[in-house]
Design a protein around this ligand. Sequence first.
Ligand code: GTP
Ligand code: MG
Length: 208
Amino acid sequence: VVPTPPEGTTAPFAELSADFIGSYPDPATRPEPQLPELAFIGRSNVGKSSLLNALTGRKGLARVSATPGKTQTMNVFQLPEFYLIDLPGYGFAKASKVNRAAYRRLVEGYFTRRETLTGVVWLLDSRHDPSKDDLAFQQLLADSGRPVLAVLTKADKLTRREQAERPAAIAAVLGVPDDQVQLVSAETGLGIADLGESILTAIRGESA
Ligand code: GTP
Ligand code: MG
């Protein structure tokens, strides 16, 4: 049974005492025991590692960097009834063609074949419309058939008016209903508690 996060906390998984399990170059690696897992994916530098830290309330858990391409391997955190997986970002400008093809193969294999993959937290920068890379990735996600939580990051960089307007604008570009995108800020904690609830619902739905 996954404990319910205490109300009003901005780090919904703080009490689940996240454990760093390991860092694996090949996403086909299976951590033991096999548990439901949620993958965090998005463009390089979009804020995946920061979001993991905000959810767990542990600033240094996943490595954050202002330089895109910081996370190069699959990093696994156990929570303890499920795993959160920090994946390398896509669209890393400095990556070579060979690296891009290899990355796509690895991630594609992971999303289509991983039986324990319960859901995907897909991060998009709230300040920008989805990029070409994002839209290509949306197709890969759709093909994988996994439930996806679309999360719009860095909301603290938006004005109040933009905070009200950007989610619907981005949902329209993605062709999904407005309520299928969630605005968050790892910096201020905006939307983090709600996202925690959505994640627990996704995990419980699978393991129930
Ligand atoms: P890669 O591992 O390189 O793919 O990046 P990532 O997606 O894990 O991003 P990371 O969490 O390392 O954050 C990238 C940069 O964005 C860092 O400078 C963070 O401090 C910043 N950042 C992340 N989340 C937020 C946020 O909610 N608000 C603001 N203002 N900055 C953020
Ligand atoms: Mg990262």
